[in-house]
Design a protein around this ligand. Structure first.
Ligand code: ADP
Ligand code: MG
Ligand code: MG
Length: 214
């Protein structure tokens, strides 16, 4: 049997941790523009805990549920709880067979739980402004490949298109004014700078796409 440490979820979380570590300073710098500067540190702490917790479990659903709980506990802050829900709810949606369709459904459900918890709206300059284009692009790419076989290559292709959309959208948050979270108080300062949470989300899904594709 496959060891938990060799699973796709484990490889995806580990790749995500590496990319977050490489961008820790940049995420902190973006968060310091109009808020408290701790987003890089919170993300590395959270992802390290998520990787460790996932390695103790077997199966994508259990691994992502454990990763989400561990992330929320270790990262702290607004984004800790929000990423915790995103990870855990994605896992909750992957209890059965994983196809492009069930993956898109799981991401939809996770995004809905995220919005219920955070109450941000599109355009509030938060993670949601990268999550929404990710979600809708993934859904469109999955529908676009309907009728073809539900292979790993189809899933990887759809995920990477979605990650690309999230990356562009995260960069475009530089033009927005914060309406939620800590940065809303000094909103004008953040003009011209991307939202830290949207930026970290784009990094996470990009790293996962590289694992799925290779
Ligand atoms: P904190 O603000 O508690 O220090 P972080 O610095 O880790 O937490 O995360 C800040 C990021 O969290 C923001 O850039 C934004 O993307 C996201 N965020 C904060 N509040 C919300 C919210 N209510 N809904 C959605 N995203 C949010
Ligand atoms: Mg912060
Ligand atoms: Mg903080």
């Amino acid at each position: 049997p496959q060891h938990a440490g060799e699973s796709t979820v484990d490889r995806a979380l580990t790749a995500a941790l590496r990319l977050i570590e490489a961008n820790e300073d940049e995420l902190g710098r973006l968060d310091a523009v109009a808020a408290d500067g701790d987003h890089g540190l919170g993300m590395t702490r959270g992802m390290r805990a998520a990787v460790t917790a996932a390695r103790r479990c077997t199966g994508p659903a259990e691994q992502l549920l454990a990763a989400g709980t561990a992330f929320a506990d270790a990262a702290g802050g607004a984004s800790g709880a929000l990423y915790g829900v995103l990870l855990a709810e994605t896992g909750a949606g992957l209890r059965g067979e994983i196809t492009a369709e069930t993956l898109a459904d799981a991401v939809d459900n996770a995004a809905a739980a995220f919005t219920t918890l955070g109450k941000a709206r599109p355009g509030d300059k938060t993670m949601l402004d990268a999550i929404e284009p990710f979600r809708t692009t993934l859904r469109a790419a999955v529908h676009g490949s309907a009728g073809r076989s539900d292979t790993g290559a189809d899933i990887a292709d759809a995920w990477r298109k979605a990650a690309q959309a999230a990356t562009v959208a995260a960069q475009e948050t530089a033009d927005l004014v914060p309406g939620k979270g800590r940065a809303a108080r000094l909103a004008e300062r953040s003009k011209g700078h991307a939202d830290p949470g949207a930026t970290s989300f784009a990094l996470l899904v990009t790293a996962v796409g590289d694992v799925l594709g290779g």
